[in-house]
Design a protein around this ligand. Structure first.
Ligand SMILES: Nc1nc2c(c(=O)[nH]1)N[C@H]1C(S)=C(S)[C@@H](COP(=O)(O)OP(=O)(O)OC[C@H]3O[C@@H](n4cnc5c(N)ncnc54)[C@H](O)[C@@H]3O)O[C@H]1N2
Ligand code: MOO
Length: 510
C-alpha cells in the first residue's frame, strides 16, 4: 500500500533497515517494508515488533536530519554537510594519488606537425610506421672502394668516384673498383666495400689528381661494409610505439624517415589562481598593511611550464564567494585543470570547496590528506557538457604545501591527461646522511641528494635535510632534489637515524 502513495522510492533506506533486521532474525527476508517520499514527506515502513522498531530507528536516526534538509530543499546546508563529511574522511597520499589518477583519462589525440611545432615531451597516441626505409639506398659503411667480392684480392682499375650525396652512373665490372665514401651509395654491380686501409695505391694520373689502379690487400667478403636498404629502419616497420614520450632521439627517428605529422595526446591547459584577501601582485610596489606577496602563482606557473604544460594565469581571487564563482566560470571555459592555492582549510574565509560543490555541483573526491605539508589538499571534478571533466585542485595556501602537493597530485594528473601511462613521480631508495626527527603526520621532507661516485652498485645516494620544514618556508624547497617519504612519528619511533634507508620522490627527474 505504501508503494502506491510514494512519488519517489528510497530503496537504500529499506535495504539498510532490512540488513539490520536480518541481524536478529532470518525471517526478515520476508519483510515487505518500503521507504520513499511523497511531496516533502519521508515515509518509512518499520517492522511490527517494538524491539525491531527500536533497532531500525537506530539506523534511521543518524541520517534523518540530513534527509529532512534534503526534502526541504535546503541545498546549501546539504552540500556543506557533504563537504564536511568528506573533509573528516582523511585519506593517505597513495589513496589520494590513486583517486586523482583513477578519475583522469587521457585527452584525445591531435595531429601535430613536428616540422613547425614542438612535440618534445608529448605522448604518441598511435604507433608510427616507417613509410620510407633507412638507408634508402645501399650505403657504404666506410671510406674505401666498392668492389665485386668474387674478384678476391689483387689489382683493380678505379673507374669512378662517388661521394656522399652523389650517385654513380657506372655499373661496376669485373676487376674494377669505384671510390666510395661513408654513407654514400654503393654502385650497382658492387657487393662489397674495402676500407681504404686495406688497399694500396698502385698508379695515379700524371697530374696526381686521379687514382687509376689500386690493390685490394685482403679478399673481401660479400656484403662487407655495406648497409643494405632498410637495414636500420625497414619500410613498414613500427619505429615508435603508441604511448612513447617524444624526446630528442624519438624526434630524430621521425626526422630520419620524414614523418612530420604525428598523432599525440592533447595537453591540458592548466589555470593557476591564488586566493586570499592578503595577497598582492608579487613584483609590484612595496608592501603595506597586512598584505603579503603572492608567491604561489609564480611557483606553480613556472613548475607547470617547465613540465611542458600550457598555463593560464588566473590571477589573485579575493576570498569572496561571488569572486570565486566568476573566476571559476571563466577558467572552466579554457582550462582542463584549475589549480588554486589557499582557502581550503578551516578559516571562515576558506570558501573554495563550498563554492565548487554548491555553485558548480562539483564532485569533491577528497579534502584532507594524511600528510605534511598539504593536509587540506582538496580535489574535485566538474562535469562539463561535451567535454572532458574539468579537474580542480584546491591546494593549501602555505607556499611549501602548494609546491609539494602540486608535485604529488597536479603533475601526475596533467601527465595522465597528456597520455602518460605511468604518470607518478619516480621514487628511489636513499640513505639518510643525518638523523631526522619525525612529524606526527607522514612527511614529505625536502632534501638534497649526494650521488655516489664510483661504480659500486650497492651504494645509495645520501639525503640531507634542507633545514626547517615549516610549511611557510619556501627556502626549504630551494635546491631540493627530492622529497623524503617519512613515516608518522609514534611513541616507539621518534626519529630516523643517519644511515637509515628510506624512499625519496625525485623532483628533478620524471
Ligand atoms: N584551524 C585550523 N587551521 C589550520 C589548519 C587546520 O587543520 N585547522 N590547517 C593548517 C594547514 S596544515 C595549512 S597547510 C593551512 C592551509 O590553509 P589554506 O589553504 O586555507 O590557506 P590560507 O589560510 O589561505 O593560507 C595559509 C598561509 O599561506 C599564505 N599564503 C596563502 N596564499 C599564498 C600565496 N599565494 N603566496 C604566498 N603565501 C600565501 C597565507 O598568507 C597563510 O600564511 O591552514 C592551516 N590552518
Ligand atoms: O599541511 Mo600544512 O600544508 O602543514 O602546512
Amino acid at each position: 500500500a505504501t508503494s502506491r502513495v510514494l512519488d519517489r522510492r528510497a530503496d537504500g533506506l529499506s535495504t539498510a533497515l532490512l540488513l539490520k533486521s536480518l541481524e536478529s532474525t532470518p525471517y526478515a527476508v520476508l519483510s515487505r517494508g518500503v521507504s520513499g517520499m511523497r511531496g516533502q514527506t519521508l515515509i518509512v515502513n518499520l517492522p511490527g515488533s517494538q524491539k525491531a522498531v527500536d533497532e531500525c530507528f537506530a539506523v534511521l536516526e543518524p541520517v534523518l536530519a540530513h534527509a529532512v534538509k534534503q526534502l526541504q530543499g535546503r541545498i546549501v546546508e546539504v552540500k556543506a554537510e557533504h563537504v564536511e563529511m568528506q573533509q573528516s574522511a582523511h585519506c593517505n597520499v597513495d589513496e589520494a594519488v590513486s583517486t586523482v589518477l583513477d578519475s583522469v583519462t587521457p585527452l584525445p589525440a591531435e595531429t601535430v606537425n613536428c616540422a613547425t611545432a614542438s612535440v618534445l615531451g608529448r605522448i604518441l597516441a598511435s604507433d608510427v610506421i616507417a613509410k620510407e626505409p633507412l638507408p634508402p639506398f645501399r650505403a657504404s659503411v666506410k671510406d674505401g672502394y666498392a668492389v665485386r667480392a668474387r674478384d678476391g684480392a689483387g689489382r683493380r682499375r678505379v673507374v669512378d668516384v662517388v661521394t656522399a650525396g652523389d650517385e654513380s652512373s657506372v655499373v661496376l665490372q669485373a676487376h674494377c673498383a669505384i671510390r666510395v665514401s661513408t654513407g654514400g651509395p654503393v654502385p650497382s654491380g658492387a657487393d662489397a666495400v674495402v676500407q681504404v686501409e686495406d688497399t694500396k695505391l698502385i698508379e695515379s694520373s700524371p697530374d696526381l689528381t686521379k687514382e687509376l689502379v689500386i690493390e685490394v690487400l685482403k679478399p673481401p667478403a660479400e656484403g662487407q661494409d655495406i648497409r643494405p636498404v632498410g637495414s636500420d629502419i625497414a619500410l613498414g616497420a613500427k619505429v615508435l610505439d603508441a604511448g612513447a614520450k617524444i624526446g630528442p632521439c624519438e624526434l630524430g627517428i621521425l626526422a630520419s624517415i620524414g614523418c612530420s605529422l604525428v598523432p599525440v595526446h592533447k595537453l591540458p591547459t592548466v589555470g593557476v589562481a591564488s586566493t586570499g584577501n592578503e595577497l598582492m601582485e608579487p613584483f609590484g610596489a612595496g608592501l603595506g598593511g597586512a598584505k603579503i606577496r603572492d608567491s604561489n602563482r609564480t611557483t606553480l606557473l613556472a613548475m607547470l611550464s617547465s613540465h611542458g604544460f600550457p598555463v593560464v594565469d588566473l590571477g589573485i581571487i579575493p576570498d569572496k564567494a561571488d569572486c570565486l564563482v566568476t573566476a571559476f566560470e571563466k577558467a572552466i571555459k579554457t582550462c582542463q585543470v584549475i589549480v588554486t592555492t589557499g582557502g581550503v582549510s578551516m578559516g571562515e574565509r576558506d570558501l573554495v570547496k563550498q563554492v565548487l560543490t554548491a555553485d558548480f555541483n562539483a564532485t569533491l573526491h577528497f579534502a584532507q590528506v594524511r600528510m605534511k605539508p598539504g593536509k587540506p589538499t582538496s580535489f574535485a571534478t566538474l562535469s562539463v557538457a561535451n567535454r572532458h571533466p574539468v579537474l580542480f585542485f584546491g591546494l593549501p595556501g602555505n607556499p611549501v604545501s602548494a609546491f609539494v602537493t602540486a608535485n604529488l597530485y597536479v603533475i601526475p594528473a596533467c601527465r595522465r591527461l597528456g597520455g602518460w601511462s605511468a604518470p607518478r613521480r619516480s621514487v628511489i631508495n636513499v640513505k639518510l646522511g643525518q638523523e631526522i626527527g619525525l612529524d606526527p603526520r607522514p612527511e614529505y621532507h625536502r632534501c638534497t641528494l649526494q650521488w655516489p661516485s664510483g661504480i659500486d652498485a650497492d651504494v645509495l645516494p645520501t639525503a640531507w635535510s634542507t633545514g626547517s620544514q615549516a610549511s611557510s618556508r619556501l627556502l626549504s624547497c630551494q635546491s631540493a632534489s627530492g622529497l623524503l617519504i617519512l613515516p608518522a612519528r609514534s611513541d616507539s619511533l621518534l626519529s630516523l637515524p643517519a644511515g637509515h634507508v628510506t624512499q625519496c620522490m625525485l623532483l628533478d627527474c620524471p
